[in-house]
Design a protein around this ligand. Structure first.
Ligand SMILES: NC(=O)c1ccc[n+]([C@@H]2O[C@H](COP(=O)([O-])OP(=O)(O)OC[C@H]3O[C@@H](n4cnc5c(N)ncnc54)[C@H](OP(=O)(O)O)[C@@H]3O)[C@@H](O)[C@H]2O)c1
Length: 277
């Protein structure tokens, strides 16, 4: 991907998400290790990243920013205000800032960074750790079309990327950001049921993990039918699946799930407002 050639990338915070992105970028050959620099508060973490991926360790956050074209902000949301204030003066050359922190808004980034800072806000999810992530991105006011493409290329190293409006970010957070947990919750319930029916725990896990990943792969296959159609196809009248779906419908499981996801959206709104204060 030509757009990443010679682009110097700094990761401020080298935790799980930064590692997923770095591993993906190198695995896909999108950039070279000597184009990447990291910072982290934990010396052991810095050493681990340098040894594992041969990336450079910057002396400080400011040095990392001053010597990079793209700065990935990969610390926890609570630490972002302090970090941005720290690096502000090192950003006079206007690198592109890409934030992956949940709830950190474009306006927060823009008001804390120098005027006309080019910022992109992202919402990734944990399957990024194995290159199967879903990331939504939106651009700040000064970010260019080229910046969006660059951000997409970087984030594509961890999975699929979509562009959204910032107003959609809380909904995206509720659906794909928190989404993996809903799938795990379903898996937990299926494993509990399997064990209650007398299957041993190992067999229960094998059946459930393969079934859920198989169903996801089927829904994701080229030209796959809609999930609702796929469900109807396995639900024969009077059959076992129909009995399960009828039991779920009797308990309004679908409505409860929708209510739960709306609660996640509401919490995303609240958290963003708290971080803004
Ligand atoms: N994990 C997810 O599922 C997920 C999903 C979507 C978005 N995100 C976002 O991704 C971001 C990173 O998450 P993560 O799971 O990778 O977190 P993490 O593993 O805790 O990584 C953050 C790293 O940054 C370090 N750090 C903190 N403040 C720093 C500073 N001022 N300068 C340099 N390094 C600093 C932390 O050190 P200490 O441990 O010493 O603080 C930690 O090693 C978060 O903002 C989160 O909202 C995560």
């Amino acid at each position: 991907m030509a757009t990443l050639k010679n682009v110097r990338i700094a990761f401020l915070g080298a935790g799980n998400m930064a590692e997923a992105m770095i591993a993906g970028l190198l695995r896909e050959g999108l950039t070279q290790a000597d184009h990447i620099r990291i910072t982290d508060l934990v010396p052991e973490r810095r050493d681990f990243m340098a040894q594992t991926y041969q990336v450079g360790i910057a002396e400080s956050n400011t040095q990392a920013v001053a010597s990079s074209d793209v700065v990935i902000l990969a610390v926890k949301p609570q630490g972002m205000g302090e970090l941005l204030a720290e690096v502000q003066t090192a950003a006079a050359h206007q690198p592109l800032f890409i934030s992956i922190a949940a709830g950190i808004t474009v306006s927060f980034l823009e008001k804390t960074l120098p005027a006309q800072a080019r910022v992109i806000r992202c919402m990734p999810n944990t399957p990024a750790l194995i290159g199967a992530g879903m990331t939504a991105i939106c651009a700040g006011h000064a970010a260019t079309a080229q910046d969006l493409i660059l951000a997409e290329n970087i984030l594509a190293a961890t999975g699929q990327v979509v562009r959204v409006e910032e107003a959609q970010m809380d909904a995206v957070t509720a659906v794909s950001g928190s989404g993996p947990a809903y799938a795990f919750y379903l898996m937990e319930a299926m494993i509990d049921a399997a064990e209650r029916m007398g299957l041993d725990p190992e067999l229960a896990r094998t059946l459930v993990k393969q079934t859920v990943s198989g169903a996801a792969a089927l829904a994701h296959a080229p030209d796959a039918a809609d999930p609702s159609e796929l469900r109807q196809r396995v639900t024969s009248k009077g059959g076992t699946t129909a009995a399960a779906i009828a039991a779920m419908d009797a308990e309004n499981v679908r409505d409860h799930l929708i209510t739960a996801i709306l609660a996640a959206q509401e919490r995303a709104r609240e958290l963003a407002a708290e971080l803004e204060r």
